[in-house]
Design a protein. Sequence first.
Length: 282
Amino acid sequence: MHAVAWMSGTLVSFCLMAIGARELSGELSVFQTLFFRSAIGLFALLLVFLMSRRKTVIRTDRVGLTLLRNVFHFFGQYGWFVGIGLLPLAEVFALEFTVPIWTLIIAAIFLREKITVRKIVAVSLGIVGVLIIVQPGYAIIDSASFIVLAAAICYAISYTVTRALSVSESAFSILFYMCLIQLPIGLILSLEDWLWPAGEQWLWLLVIGLTALSAHYCLAKAMLFTEVTTVVTLDFLRLPLIGLVGILLYAEPVKASLILGGGLMLLANLISIKQPTKAREN
């Protein structure tokens, strides 16, 4: 029950963040939205740090990897936010579920993780799922789909680097430097089209900034109470949930191809994290 409760927080956080991004789409530039996301997140983390009785070490000796992670994570977020403004919410979330598939490929190349039949099957199913959703050759392919896929690849690189950083860095430290490094990047890139937020735009910026932190925090807490397989399965509930949000708030259609393709990607993700029997016995 604890895992379900924490995953519910994750699902609600991601959906609220998507709604906030959709509401600000066309009103503020994505770079400016990301700047305020980092500023609000950094302020919240500093408050937690100052109020905490146990001071977490936030120093890092792996500056190069930290910079690499956050550059790719920033542009992954950029592509995700752009996609939110151009595509149905459910399609963006479905394409985002390719991240574990790209991570498998990138980890095999750069971390020299072993390529197994199980991983090949997972990657193949994931690719088929993407093809079903994007439907190349069926109609003019929306370039926004490729922006989201590019964002998923950026996220995968970021996650691969995070895997290396997590050996020596705390989760709080990784989140802190995420906000600290991405703050000036967002500011510099937003200066050309800067507009001061007004009215309820501040509310949506606050929602995005806080849910960006709460989503990752709840996800990490859920993993303390259950297996990764269960977490991935519960996390996939984001797809029907955001589909329902799209229908109710934005009158978006949910296509059968999206459900089929998303289902294949869920299967691919479950296969990719399933441990071989011998590994479980050891």
